[in-house]
Design a protein around this ligand. Sequence first.
Ligand code: AMP
Length: 286
Amino acid sequence: MKIIETATAFRQEWANVNESAKLSLGLVPTMGFLHEGHTSLVKKSVSQNDVTAATIFINPTQFGENEDYEDYPRDMRSDLEILDHEGVDLVFVPSLDEMYPEGFETFIDVGSVASRLEGEYRPGHFRGVATVVCKLLSICRPDRAYFGQKDAQQCAVITALNKDLSLGSEIIVGDTVRSADGLALSSRNAYLSNRERGKALSISRGLFAARELWQSGEKAAEKLKSVVVDEILTGDPDISVQIDYVSVSDRSSFIEVGLVEDSGNAIILVAAEVGTTRLIDNVLLV
Ligand code: AMP
């Protein structure tokens, strides 16, 4: 596995590897502190491409002023071991300066899909995500790029970005990976105490209960949402939970829907702060 730190070196290395210009490249962008959610995307890429590249870069422009950029968990040595073990060929680990050199002032103006939910609660977040992903896709020029359904709205923003700016990669979305008890894996789960983790389980429990209710015939979004809210607000009263939103939305536009028909195409999304850790999760109603 080759570790590369600059855009120029990445392009050169990929040109060397791909001398005959016939190999396919899969790209898995991450912010590191890798878990099985990340490795599921890496496995997908390794199985679908001749060469797989991963990136590790904690992108400051997608964090709000009072968010956890400084504290975001890091473990480069373990990440590199994991990626090597999974069969990744190239790892791009750019410095802050490499991605945002002095004088950097060009950002992506994201569209309506980024305006609600995460976009509303984290102003500027998707602008930062879209900008860094645009840079990574431009540097690496992958045939396929892999993202996780756990960040459903992010997937929609990136799919639109890729199409609108003709970046030319195929965007592939991998299923959300959960621990056996249902909690969606996230690097931020490392912040949770045992009791907070117990409380956080109510998020996936609520989502699964709402999906079951929909499967048994309930179409009213308000009913489905109240099942999720009730589940989250019950349980350990000593652990604080603040719900930012529970939403039943169209899975492409992320516009709120009132009734979820049998054909589905809807998604239930949650963002909540458990203790001081903000978590997001979702399930598809399909
Ligand atoms: P991050 O390092 O959190 O920026 O995540 C890098 C990629 O991994 C993103 O495309 C995420 O959506 C994806 N990812 C994170 N957690 C999970 C998970 N539990 N299951 C599947 N994909 C995930």
